[in-house]
Design a protein around this ligand. Structure first.
Ligand SMILES: NC(=[NH2+])NCCC[C@H](N)C(=O)O
Length: 411
């Protein structure tokens, strides 16, 4: 099945990438302040112009390898098919940003609705500073400020993590899983996915495997499509076991190809926040891995039995052997981040040395800075495309985190 007519088609981690969703970092990064950085899940403040240059280099690299690049703002803008939908987005956006005061809601609705779709969406992403309202309407702002406590400088927080398009929703087969995020900060991002998959003419009728209204968290960085039959899902800081049960229920029951989920229980720490920060697939039988998880990982296999009841069992043994068995391979090679050196592994994993994006089997995009890991990939015959990352990496995510494949060729 290889016609780009269907909206979504994603049956592996490594099939030739033909269409991919990115978000070019925008003004939301200019609203990061040291005081609130931690809550907004950043470790430093990127220099926006440079981050955009790096991101453009990433997009060009993907185009040169044959993928069409689609931007999140454009998809959301194209989902606002009439005024009623646009107003619905504004209303829900204000609800979820917890703007309750009536005057503030009116001012912000006016501000948003006065803008063309694309600009409005960018403004929502950037957040709104109190000082911006001051320009809009001096008198009404006075009332608003009187009604809100403290010196907090934003009426609406920025969404600086949007350039990690991997996380708020994930394509699986022909369908999509829209997520309930672990943090309040990122949960607002999935509202855009809701509108894309509800209203966008091309995306509105794709099957839904999980939804943002669920009560437990699931994030895309934890979902890997190892083959058209096998998914890997991380039990991590961001993804709870109950969410995986629910995802397994729908995907294993309703998708035509998936038969098994391997749930990887990984340590719950910031640097290992998702499975894809410690484990990615680079070729049919080759994976990157952060050496520190190898002693500390438990894998559960989830399958439906003859009566379509879920069976879960714990796997024993080495990760290589577990992957060999479930993917039907003769040999599996795990390529250790930082060549397994304690210091290089920790340094390079911190800057996403294990977070590769495959554009084809055996061909991946990586950050240039992780030269120890990159050399190892090349020694194992992997073709690498390096991109700059001085600024992008400050948000703690690499090429895989910054992309959501919409269409990959079958293997
Ligand atoms: N798939 C990933 N590993 N995404 C990384 C996301 C990084 C982002 N700052 C966060 O904490 O959410």
């Amino acid at each position: 099945m290889n016609d780009l007519e269907t909206a979504i088609h994603n049956t592996s981690e490594i099939g030739r990438l033909r269409r991919v969703l990115l978000h070019r970092p925008g003004q939301e990064l200019e609203n990061l302040m040291p005081e609130y950085m931690e809550r907004l899940l950043f470790d430093d403040i990127p220099y926006l112009q440079e981050a955009q240059r790096e991101h453009d280099a990433f997009a060009d690299c993907l185009r040169q390898s044959g993928a069409e690049v689609v931007y999140l703002v454009d998809l959301v803008a194209a989902s606002l098919t009439d005024d009623a939908v646009k107003q619905e987005l504004v209303r829900q956006f204000l609800d979820e940003a917890e703007v309750r005061e009536q005057r503030a809601r009116e001012m912000l609705s006016e501000l948003f609705l006065s803008l063309p779709n694309r600009e409005m969406v960018s403004q929502m992403m950037a957040g709104v500073r109190k000082s911006q309202l001051r320009e809009t309407d001096q008198a009404r702002l006075k009332d608003y400020l009187a009604a809100t406590a403290g010196d907090y400088p934003f009426v609406i927080d920025p969404m600086p993590n949007l350039y990690f398009t991997r996380d708020p929703f994930a394509t699986i087969g022909r369908g999509v899983s829209i997520h309930k995020m672990h943090t309040k900060t990122r949960n607002r991002e999935t509202l855009f996915a809701k509108f894309i998959f509800k209203y966008h003419p091309e995306y509105k009728s794709v099957p839904r495997w999980y939804d943002r209204g669920e009560t437990t968290s699931l994030e895309g960085g934890d979902i890997l499509i190892l083959s058209p039959e096998v998914l890997a899902v991380g039990i991590s800081q961001r993804t709870q076991e109950d969410s995986i049960d629910a995802l397994a229920d729908t995907v294993l029951t309703d998708s035509p190809t998936f038969k098994k989920i391997l749930a990887f229980n990984i340590p719950k720490t910031r640097s290992f926040m998702h499975l894809d920060t410690v484990f990615t697939m680079v070729d049919r039988d080759k994976f990157t891995v952060h050496p520190n998880i190898l002693n500390d990982i438990t894998v559960y296999v989830m399958e439906l039995d003859e009566n379509r009841k879920m069976k879960i069992r714990q796997e024993e043994g080495r990760l290589e052997d577990i992957l060999k068995e479930h993917l039907g391979l003769d040999k599996v090679t795990l390529l250790r981040c930082g060549e397994g050196d304690e210091i290089d592994a920790a340094r390079e994993q911190w800057n996403d040395g294990s977070n590769t994006l495959a554009v084809a089997p055996g061909e991946v995009v990586v950050y240039a800075r992780n030269y120890v890991t990159n050399r190892l990939l090349e020694e194992h015959g992997i073709k690498i495309h390096t991109i700059p990352s001085a600024e992008l990496s400050r948000g703690r995510g690499g090429p895989r985190c910054m992309s959501m494949p919409l269409w990959r060729e079958d293997l």
